[in-house]
Design a protein around this ligand. Structure first.
Ligand SMILES: [Cu+2]
Length: 457
């Protein structure tokens, strides 16, 4: 298998990329076309490795950066040139339910040679992303994802606005995607498909040129199937948003990003290059280097960053949904209900490839977890009673996080990482009607049973 040593060696051999981000940001024009198809991509530099066959939007991984302004309507034709059905989910967007892109729930999968128009307003600014929502454990791992950025007039002024989409790939020794391990029951019942090759914007340790003494915005997005990244920014950095939603501005150089989570930083550079390292997985691994170059354009003033006005969490809850998560390796789940019948866990795993349950039931898209009246304040009372961490994602809404002692964390999120044994309430106003998926964003856990539907009408 590819090792840390080969990663570092290959990164040293990588030529500097002059991936200079544009200072005048392009805004995506409608209608846009996103075409999913196979493509060839070099993931590991070096003569001894081969190009990998990836699945890509418009031929690139990540797919094209979609950048809009708050209040715009996105209008986009998805064309599927893959050999299997697919769909696109707009992660973090409080979307119209029919546009949410969950194959088999909010729309039928778009079949090979089929197409589907996604059209919806962008009412929230921030850092979002899009990805396949059909057989995600395979399709996202093969590269079907890209960034979706929504700008707002009140965004802090910066010299460079840089999206960094981080992924870890599970590669075979020749640098191609490891096919044999797709669907591994072991991965599905443990920590998911963990890779052995780190990329940022599809490259191994890319270098991005930035002007010296510039102020930059970094938008970090975790596109990995299951890997939780710990990232360190060795510069004057301020965390300003998580999952697109503002947080109280605070100096911060470190962030833990679970799959699907995002974090936005304002970074004031000096005169030296900086390397953002991945530090939580036996690293450090150099993820990306910002190479400081001489001034080309005048710099923006480094204004004091304004504190955001945050919505207060609700005072009372209308509906509580207890959610006892069990299962996985070394877990305490003995049996669970699946399609109306009880089965021992061994049979669920071996026959149906299911390993996780909510409240003793493996539900996926059938038997809805709760039916909620529109406008009610809902609290999903999650107890992660497993030996694994889980990145729980709610579609169509942003939630507050209430910890076990009753206090609320700052800001709102759409994906929250539960530690082993953790209890926390995800509190939201059910103001968006439809069938909304609530699932673990470790994509193998989702496939193995960690998903349920909340119906709002
Ligand atoms: Cu999980």
């Amino acid at each position: 298998m590819i090792t840390r040593r080969s990663f570092l060696k290959a990164c040293l051999a990588t030529p500097l990329l002059a991936a200079t981000p544009s200072l005048t940001l392009a805004t995506t024009t409608n209608p846009f076309v996103l075409k999913a198809a196979k493509a060839s991509k070099r993931l590991v530099p070096g003569d001894e490795y081969q190009d990998a066959t990836v699945w890509a939007f418009n031929g690139s991984v990540p797919g094209p950066e979609l950048r809009f302004k708050k209040g715009d309507t996105i209008s986009l034709d998805f064309i599927n040139e893959l050999e299997e059905g697919s769909s696109i989910h707009w992660h973090g967007i409080r979307n119209i339910n029919a546009m949410d892109g969950v194959a088999g729930l909010t729309q039928p999968e778009v079949m090979p040679n089929g197409q589907f128009r996604y059209e919806f307003p962008l009412n929230d600014s921030g850092t979002y992303w899009y990805h396949s929502h059909a057989k995600t454990w395979s399709q996202v791992a093969r590269g079907l994802y890209g960034p979706l950025i929504v700008e707002d007039e009140s965004d802090p002024l910066v010299d460079h606005d840089i999206v960094l989409m981080i992924d870890d790939w599970l590669l075979a020794n020749d640098g191609t995607i490891d096919e044999a391990s797709f669907g591994s029951l072991h991965d599905w019942a443990h920590g998911g498909r963990l890779g052995n090759w780190l990329t940022v914007n599809g490259e191994s340790h890319p270098t991005i040129e930035v002007q010296k003494n510039s102020r930059i915005r970094i938008r970090l997005i975790n596109a990995a199937n299951a890997r939780i990244f710990g990232l360190n920014i060795p510069a004057t950095a301020f965390l300003i948003a998580e999952d697109g939603y503002p947080v109280p501005v605070q100096p911060s150089q470190d962030v833990v990003l679970a799959p699907a989570q995002r974090a936005d930083f304002i970074v004031d550079l000096a005169e030296d290059d900086i390397t953002i390292n991945e530090v939580s997985n036996n690293g450090p691994y150099p993820a990306v280097t910002l190479k400081v170059v001489e001034l080309k354009t005048p710099l923006v003033p480094k204004d004091v960053l304004k504190q955001p006005t945050l919505e207060s969490p609700p005072q009372s809850i209308d509906v509580a949904i207890p959610l006892h998560m069990q299962g996985g390796a070394m877990g305490n789940l003995r049996e669970a209900s699946f399609k109306g019948q009880m089965h021992p866990i061994r049979e669920l795993a071996q026959t149906y490839k299911k390993a996780w349950a909510f409240n003793g039931t493996i539900s996926d898209h059938h038997d809805h977890l709760a039916k909620i009246e529109r406008g009610q304040v809902v609290s999903i009372e999650v107890w992660n009673d497993t030996r694994w961490r889980h990145a729980m994602h709610l579609h169509g809404h942003h939630f507050w996080i209430q910890t076990e002692d009753g206090t609320f964390l700052d800001g709102k999120r759409d994906t929250y990482l539960f530690e082993r044994g953790e209890k926390a309430n995800l509190v939201f106003v059910a103001d968006n009607p439809g069938l909304w998926l609530f699932h673990c964003h470790m994509l193998e856990h989702h496939a193995a049973g960690m998903a349920a539907v909340i119906e709002i009408s």
